[in-house]
Design a protein around this ligand. Sequence first.
Ligand SMILES: [Fe+2]
Length: 261
Amino acid sequence: MHLQFPLTNSGIGIMATDVESADFFLKSNIEKLLDEYHFIVIKKLDWTTDRLHAFLEQFGELVKNEKRKDETMLTLDGSQHAKEVLRGTGRMPLHRDGLLMNVDVKYVGIYCLHVNELKNGRTYISDSANAFNEYPEEIKKTLQQNGLEAMPFDTAYYLKNENKYYHFDGVISKNNKTLPNGGLHFKKEERASYHLRFSNVDEEKSYEYFETLEKILESPTYTYYHTWETGDLILFDNYYVMHGRESYSGERSLIQMQVKN
Ligand SMILES: [Fe+2]
């Protein structure tokens, strides 16, 4: 087995290649790695979705809803291209999972079933917990005091799917640490999965805040970009990191499952 770490300059992320020992996949080992590195990339697996399901289930109850295959598996293969961004091919800016699904997600696992002639479509992970220290005071304060709100557009997917803004806290607290919640915005000209803004802040100002946060969160210090290959698994802690994906063309078939808190 080959281990590479960290994967961001800020010191998080670990990648394992050629894992031969079954012990590596034990709950205790994976939890230890997630505690220390916040996300794990495992290369060259040859897993069925049943194997993936059994692996993830040991960490807690899996998120179930009718949008998922066999209730637990979200297929991200671009097939909903004409209808939505999330299950289509558009860019997803950095975010935490679960906010528009009304579920508290602890871990997320994404497994690559297949890629072919893929252009772009990298998944990226930002060390948002550490990047938060660099947020300008004014934005940090607004985030903490006002919170954020999102209006869903991919209403065929989200469970919070009414034509209105849903409010949520701007920060969360984990192990006595304050961590940023929510995520980043879609660009003005971009097809959006939802519209995100700071609560009680002028639209322009809100957009400006996100542009500032994007520079911090997506700087080379905090962000790891993953180019998918068939058989890759990414597992991340949904509190300490934010994730996003580039828009893409070509074939890209991923299965995502979530573990509840
Ligand atoms: Fe996500």
